[in-house]
Design a protein around this ligand. Structure first.
Ligand SMILES: O=P(O)(O)OC[C@H]1O[C@H](O[C@H]2O[C@H](CO)[C@@H](O)[C@H](O)[C@H]2O)[C@H](O)[C@@H](O)[C@@H]1O
Length: 312
């Protein structure tokens, strides 16, 4: 079980990370997009990874001992065209998963997309009087952006969003929060952590799973990789399921560059080591229902969708 404590500065954790890699032969490096590879900006359309992060991800992706994956709250097609290189992408907080040539969509989310469409259309009208409001329709989820909305109007936006979601979504949809956003999605126990679990299940034995992210929805992914793997939160020392932290996207680049040199060296030295029976276990990932922080109701009941997702 991972624990929630203050994540430690990465510089204090490098020895632990290096020795974890020295005992492994493969690294799964999962990366969030906004606030991790790309600095947070006012206009969501303007978000882009820093050049240093792009280069560091390219170096890691080229290493045979590393698998890189982008795991984002953005729609898959959106995040896909903002950063290129990895073969694995999860969009819409893990509801869409692209691996190589195959794209899977969570079947319940797919059915509820029609409700998301209705909610986004209704919100465009209900909130049209709010200056600088932005509704992002991501097909399987929707986002209400309040970053540039006058602070005095944000409580009104929250109330009106809740009323619209209640009217058109009922129990089928729920609202959760993120950085100056309200996220509207299907009320199902599925999140980034589950997507990371699925990706990890395909990794070779002796894989260390790593996840780097900055927001509330990244916590489920930290819980999935910790404590056998390494969770890294981008931000302050607020309590998190991640054991390590980095301050900002620029520091993510510095860390990824270190991983691409020191980390990859440690892994590659180990790849030729003979394996014992105990080494044959997978990455030690749990497929548990998502329990992300939400203002709505997220049921913990039906996890059979985990099997179903691959038949779509
Ligand atoms: O999981 P992520 O890849 O981090 O995506 C989370 C949300 O990111 C985007 O919104 C955030 O970034 C914007 C651009 O910097 C910023 O303006 C906004 O305030 C942030 O919340 C994206 O637009 C959302 O769809 C994602 O869910």
């Amino acid at each position: 079980m991972s624990t929630v404590t203050s994540p430690q500065p990465i510089d204090d954790q490098r020895d632990r990370i290096r020795s974890r890699l020295a005992d492994a032969s493969h690294l799964l490096c999962c990366l969030d997009f906004d606030g991790t590879l790309a600095p947070i900006v006012d206009d969501p359309d303007a978000a882009a990874p820093t050049a240093e992060n792009e280069a560091a991800v390219a170096t890691l992706t080229a290493a045979p001992s590393v698998t890189t994956a982008i795991v984002s709250g953005r729609a898959l097609a959106d995040v896909r065209q903002r950063t290129d290189g990895p073969k694995t992408y999860a969009g819409n907080h893990g509801l869409e998963l692209e691996r190589g040539e195959s794209v899977a969509i969570h079947p319940v989310a797919r059915k509820r997309a029609v409700k998301i469409e209705r909610v986004c259309t209704a919100l465009e009208t209900a909130l049209e009087h709010v200056p600088n409001i932005r509704i992002e329709n991501k097909r399987l989820t929707g986002t209400v952006h309040v970053r540039s909305v006058p602070p005095a109007l944000r409580p009104i936006v929250e109330r009106q969003t809740a009323a619209v979601v209640d009217r058109f979504g009922g129990d089928a949809l729920e609202i959760s929060t993120g950085k100056r956003i309200l996220e509207i999605g299907p009320s199902i126990p599925w999140g980034k952590g589950n997507a990371v679990g699925l990706i990890s299940a395909d990794m070779p034995p002796r894989t260390v799973p790593m996840y780097i992210g900055d927001d509330v929805t990244d916590e489920s992914a930290f819980r999935t990789v910790e404590p056998k793997g390494i969770g890294i939160r981008v931000g302050g020392d607020e309590p998190s399921a991640a054991s390590c932290r980095l301050d900002a996207p620029d520091d993510v680049a510095t860390f990824l560059e270190w991983l691409g040199s020191v980390g990859v060296d440690a892994l590659e030295q180990n790849r030729s080591r003979p394996r014992s029976a105990g080494d044959r276990s997978r990455a030690g990932i749990r497929l548990t229902p998502d329990t992300r922080s939400t203002t709505g109701t997220r049921s913990n009941a039906d996890t059979t969708v985990i099997d179903e997702i691959w038949s779509n």
